[in-house]
Design a protein around this ligand. Structure first.
Ligand code: AMP
Ligand code: MG
Length: 336
């Protein structure tokens, strides 16, 4: 989870409004500068509620619930849901299945973040793993239908839907000619423009060891999406082991990559959300390789030794605020 530190100076002539609310299983907050900011915020929250109602895995009225309850049958969905599933499959392809929207059977088996969280037996994991395979999700572009080809399969868009929602919020802002805004959808941060005084937004990176809101580093951005996946977001501990909510589809267990968090910075939150989950599963070496192969995408990893590993484009752009953390492999120490 990240936090925005707003500047002291604000354009006096620009109305501003802010709101925080619980939505999409997380705390959503936003600040908007422009004409009728309250109205813009209301429309943005309305749009997020709509997306939640379409894509929630637990709400019985959602399209995802309908797909998951009708394996083998083509289920007609709306254009939002179709777009998000299609994008999720694209990321499954790009990451060779490290990101997999058909992860639902493993997510519900582990139950992390619910009162049923437990360490399953090896045999249960193996059984659920056999149901996780994005290649068995069939899409019909013309009909806008989705079919799960094996009984017991299930789609979970938890790793990407918030990213889509943040981009949709930005679309609403643009429609209302909002030029300065800050949105935090439970760790999915999106900034529009810079601050009203023209300076960049300062985005803080959550200290993975501390309570929410503790920031260990920051960087300055304009018009960017910044999304963090971390092992501290949802987890339980048993016998000294932390079991977190990001599952490696290849092992069927929470990803073990020596990482505490992975933060992606790029233009669209849709991509940043899918990629932050992906690189968390892939680990530093393969994650960096993937990010460096993509245009306009940067990453910041924090590992269990409290080392910070950055992609090329982020080097010298980050300010470390807590000296427990050490920048690794940086060419020089100059900081902004
Ligand atoms: P995020 O916080 O964006 O990294 O997303 C984590 C959520 O995505 C989890 O709570 C699951 O619902 C889902 N998820 C877990 N592992 C994966 C995976 N390997 N691929 C896609 N989604 C996943
Ligand atoms: Mg994600």
């Amino acid at each position: 989870m990240l936090n925005g530190c707003q500047g002291q100076k604000e354009k006096n002539d620009l109305p501003a409004a802010s709101k925080s609310s619980f939505l999409m299983d997380t705390i959503v907050s936003m600040k908007v500068y422009g004409e009728k900011p309250d109205k813009v915020i209301e429309e943005a929250f309305q749009r997020m509620r709509e997306i939640e109602n379409e894509m929630s895995v637990t709400l019985k009225s959602s399209y995802i619930y309908k797909i998951n309850s009708n394996p083998g049958e083509p289920v007609k969905v709306d254009s939002d849901t179709f777009r998000v599933i299609r994008k999720a499959i694209t990321y499954a392809e790009i990451t060779d299945g490290n990101f997999d929207p058909s992860i639902r059977p493993l997510v519900s088996l582990w139950g992390i973040g619910t009162e049923n969280a437990r360490v399953p037996a090896r045999s249960e994991i193996e059984e659920a793993k056999r149901l996780v395979n994005y290649k068995l999700i069939k899409l019909d572009e013309e009909e806008k239908t989705v079919v799960l080809q094996k009984p017991g399969m299930g789609i979970d868009l938890g790793a990407i839907a918030k990213g889509y929602a943040a981009d949709e919020v930005r679309r609403i802002f643009k429609k209302h000619r909002v030029e300065h805004a800050f949105v935090n959808l439970g760790g999915n941060v999106l900034v529009v423009g810079g601050k009203p005084d023209g300076s960049p937004w300062v985005v803080g990176i959550q200290d993975p060891r501390r309570e929410r809101g503790s920031v260990m580093a920051s960087f300055k951005v304009k018009d960017k999406a910044i999304v963090t996946s971390g092992n501290y977001e949802r987890y339980f501990e048993k016998d000294g082991v932390v079991y977190h909510h990001i599952i490696d589809p290849k092992t069927g267990s929470p990803a073990r990559t020596n990482l505490l968090s992975a933060t992606i910075i790029c233009d669209d939150s849709f991509d940043a959300d899918a990629l932050s989950t992906s690189v968390f599963v892939m680990g530093v070496d393969r994650g960096l390789e993937l990010v460096e192969s993509l245009n306009g995408v940067e990453v910041m990893f924090i590992n269990k030794d409290l080392e910070i590993i950055l992609s090329e484009g982020l080097k010298n752009k980050i300010k470390v605020l807590n000296q427990d953390f050490k920048l690794v492999g940086n060419d020089n120490d100059e900081q902004i």
